[in-house]
Ligand binder design. Sequence first.
Ligand code: MN
Ligand code: MN
Length: 511
Amino acid sequence: MTFHISLIILLFGVGHSSFSNPMLLVEQQLFQYIDDHQDEFVQKLAEWVAVESDSLQPRLRAKVTEMIKTAAVSLRCLGADVTLNDTGIQQLPDGQNISLPPVILAKLGEDPLKPTVCFYGHVDVMPAKIQDGWKTPPFTLTEIDGNLYGRGATDNKGPVLAWINAVSTFKALNIDLPVNIKFLIEGMEEAQSIGLEGLLEKENQRFFSSVDYIVISDNTWLTTKKPALTYGTRGNACFSIEVEGGEKDLHSGGVGGIIHEPMSDLIALLDSLVNSSGHILIPGIYDDVAPLTEEEKQLYEPIEFDLKEYKTNIGVKKFLYDTKEEILLHLWRFPSLSIHGIEGAFYEPGIKTVIPSRVTGKFSIRQVPHMALSTVECQVKKYLEDVFSERKSPNKLTVTMQMGASPWVANIRDPQFEAAKKAIKKVFKQDPDMIRDGATIPIARMFQKITKKSVMMFPIGAVDDGEHSQKEKISRSNYINGTKVFASFLLEISKLHGELKLEASKLKIET
Ligand code: MN
Ligand code: MN
């Protein structure tokens, strides 16, 4: 009986609030429109997937430019002011120069009372050939069991279109857009976004000056069913250790036992970096790692992550840690050190009793906030030189940091995370997992570093979408619900932003 009464109250409550709350009514209209027009949205995605905008193969550069122009047309249809921005040329390994595709900067609305949301996405794709083992033609969007297969479906054409669909829904229903919206769409993301950093620096005081929030939808959830928001990525510092003996390779029968072998030195150096528990042995390396707060620890508890399944997927028998929390912490917010290879070593099958004269070991450190690259570089060099000097070897040691990319972390108390959580709860009926990525996604860090704005990664793809693989897909439901969640996000961020402004102005009056 109690159950019935509470059910009636619940129904009455929901019904009542949708009539009295104009935002809910608007949202229902938007969602209904998106459901009713989903086939058109899927058709649009099919048109985009059909363009082989592969940015890695220079012979297809014209296709990337064609794709950028197609995206520009879609944005102009929204009523946006769209510019195509030249970012210069790319020098190919063979010395040839080719033009980079233009980058789209688009803006819609300039109301100072509304927040400005800037969406970043890319419309270039990884290479794909049917011979690679695709079950369906990669550039023909094919729907099987509710999944839309095709190159670029989830990375990143589907999510870019979900944003455009969301805005077009407001326009189609003649509902005032609750935010000013900007789009930055590029065509070189799969080729390390060549040219983008320069454009960001150039536009920082112009295009980005009025931007409040930057949203990137270019990663996936941690699972197939539970939505997620991403607030951090690890960095990557790549090192080489070169040990050089004499001028030429030697014979172990002729000199074995009487010289300091470069390979033995190198193995000892590599072995000194990390112990069998995964602990990095470089003194001071953990000093600047941000302390783990109680509040942060609690974010890990509700995360849906199947350790057993993950273990099976990657094909290992045992992890270094036993619990979900420990595993995710060590994957996302503690540094790790991995050894990748040795150049110059004999690696072919069979026996060759050679003593290589020069060998280079490669390893990398996935570093986390607040480890500074320059500090890490000094610590690594100092430590390896100390270990080497203990060996009293006459060989020559050279340690070099070959590449360094910084980590990124966002403030999850920022209004845009709050707004996204609310939108997700409405559309997917559950709270998102708050996740990080153990890998490096330079784009988030690049935006944060240059613009100093709040950056959020708001994925709509599922973990099994197969980005870069031969079965890339986005499910119809993720694509359509993704469109809804972005529309809802625009309403929520506008509301939260307005409330914050009101509070700020009240504070001003009080003081
Ligand atoms: Mn991508
Ligand atoms: Mn990609």
